[in-house]
Ligand binder design. Structure first.
Ligand code: UD1
Ligand code: CA
Length: 460
């Protein structure tokens, strides 16, 4: 293997304190599993050869990351962090250069921090460089024992004496290694410690014994290195990540009336001069164009919204494409497969599904449009229903350009309405309608005069 920068991410642990049937690294913050974040940070910092050590729920983890450019390594028994890295050595056979080690449950670490670590490591020509943090309460972490710049060793909480426990500089679990050195050192690890595990941290003392340089840099923002062990920390990390995402969006020109209540996944893009009202959720692979207005209570999932569109209060939009200058809602439900070309209006209590509307078509209220192909400038009257399901199969409704549909119309699919036709209010359309026609299917009105007078008088 050519010399380059490789990274190993440890993710085999069980995560007991999550009290979950699911692997810890599959729990999400801002719409992405925890493990996604260290992989991204490593990639962005130039560590392109990625290995992930999995154990608990290995299959589920691999499945969740199907298609990701990583190589998976299995650690069937969790014998400690040193053993975990040792498991990855085989897959890095012949690798020379800089090896980054990250934990899968530390999602807030920034790529820039890894780059700083990398620069310092290279400049110092160290065998190991540890990313450390100064913690007001260091309990539980490995403590850094220094002699000036040189790190003598790392002492785990369980092995630390009273004096060592006072040390506030802790090991974040992020390291850069000279690969050749660490591969050799891992082979000599033993389990002579309070935990009876192969501790990766013991390679520091091994480097010192070998006369090699060991270095550390202390991260300036300790929240970056917080590990997720339970659901409280999960929520804490979510809030920090959310704030990062919102800050970045506001800096790029998005207005948020109250950013503390705006929930935007890490995978969402938003154009400049778009305004987000309070209590908005934008999730999944979603793109909102510039100059949009998103009102309170709107939920958008895996959808695209083009420039200048207005999403009104309480609307839910899933797997849909909304063209420019559309007006959606309030209380509209766009279900998967809705495609609006532009200048469309989908008003209150309108539901759409697998429906393509060409430019300018509108449905202002109380309508269901499903499995439909709709031309330009079609008007749906209030209460129009495409009857797309016969109890066994779904059928398609085709409505050509410039059709006007009156109120309370049922279109029993499969059916086609030709261009420029008019469907009278109250009509049940069961046959195709030719172009330029009027379709009407209602019984003629009969007035029974005096009928009300013959009824028993109402008690007043
Ligand atoms: C480790 C460090 C400690 C540091 C702390 C930071 C060691 C010995 N100690 O302690 O100095 O302060 O992280 O959070 O490394 N894992 C495996 N296989 C294993 C064991 C662990 O994949 O056999 C993974 C876990 O899933 C986790 C990571 O390694 O992602 C860290 O393991 P954990 O048991 O949490 O280490 P700590 O005891 O917290
Ligand atoms: Ca831990």
């Amino acid at each position: 293997m050519k010399s380059a920068m490789a990274a190993v991410v440890l993710a085999a642990g069980k995560g007991t304190r999550m009290k979950s049937a699911r692997s810890k690294v599959l729990h999400q913050i801002c719409g992405q599993p925890l493990l996604r974040y260290p992989l991204q940070a490593a990639g962005q910092a130039g560590f392109t050869q990625l290995r992930v050590v999995v154990g608990h729920q290995a299959e589920e983890v691999k499945q969740a990351f199907a298609g990701a450019e990583v190589e998976w390594v299995e650690q069937t028994e969790q014998l400690g962090t040193g053993h975990a890295l040792l498991c990855a050595v085989e897959s890095l056979k012949g690798f020379q250069g800089t090896l980054l080690l990250l934990c899968g449950d530390v999602p807030l670490l920034r790529a820039e921090t890894l780059q700083q670590l990398q620069q310092y490591h290279a400049q110092q020509q160290a065998a190991v460089t540890v990313l450390t943090a100064d913690m007001p309460n260091p309990t539980g972490y490995g403590r850094i024992i220094r002699d000036g710049e040189q790190i003598l060793r790392i002492v785990e909480e369980k092995d630390a004496d009273v004096e060592q426990k006072q040390i506030s500089e802790i090991n974040t679990g992020t390291y850069l290694f000279d690969a050749e050195f660490v591969f050799q050192a891992l082979k000599n690890l033993n389990t002579d410690n309070a935990q009876g595990e192969y501790l990766l941290t013991d390679v520091i003392a091994a480097a010192v014994a070998d006369g090699k340089k060991t270095r550390a840099i202390c991260v300036s923002d300790p929240t970056e290195v917080m590990g997720i062990n339970d659901r409280c920390q999960l929520a804490e990390a979510e809030a920090l990540m959310r704030w990062r995402i919102n800050t970045e969006l506001m800096r790029s020109g998005v207005t948020m009336i109250d950013p503390t209540t705006v929930y935007v996944d890490a995978t969402v893009e938003i154009g400049a001069d778009t305004v987000l009202q309070p209590n908005v959720q934008l999730r999944g692979i979603t793109k909102i164009g510039p100059n949009c207005l998103v009102d309170t209570g709107v939920v958008v999932l895996d959808s695209t919204v083009a420039a200048g569109s207005h999403l009104k209060a309480g609307s839910v939009i899933e797997e849909s494409e909304i063209g420019p200058d559309c007006n959606i809602g309030p209380m509209a439900h766009l279900r998967p497969g809705t495609e609006l070309a532009g200048k469309n209006k989908i008003g209150n209590f309108v539901e759409t599904k697998k429906a393509r509307l060409a430019e300018g078509s509108q449905s202002s209220h109380l309508t269901y449009i499903g499995d439909a192909e709709v031309g330009r400038n079609v008007n749906f009257g209030c209460g129009t229903i495409t009857c797309n399901y016969d109890g066994v199969k779904k059928h398609k409704t085709t409505i050509e350009d410039d059709v006007f549909i009156g109120s309370d119309v049922q279109l029993v699919a499969p059916v086609t309405v030709g261009r420029n036709s008019l469907i009278a209010a109250g009509t049940t359309v069961t046959k195709n309608v030719p172009a330029d026609s009027l379709a009407i299917s209602r019984t003629e009105q009969r007035n029974v005069e005096g009928w009300a007078l013959r009824k028993k008088p109402k008690k007043s």
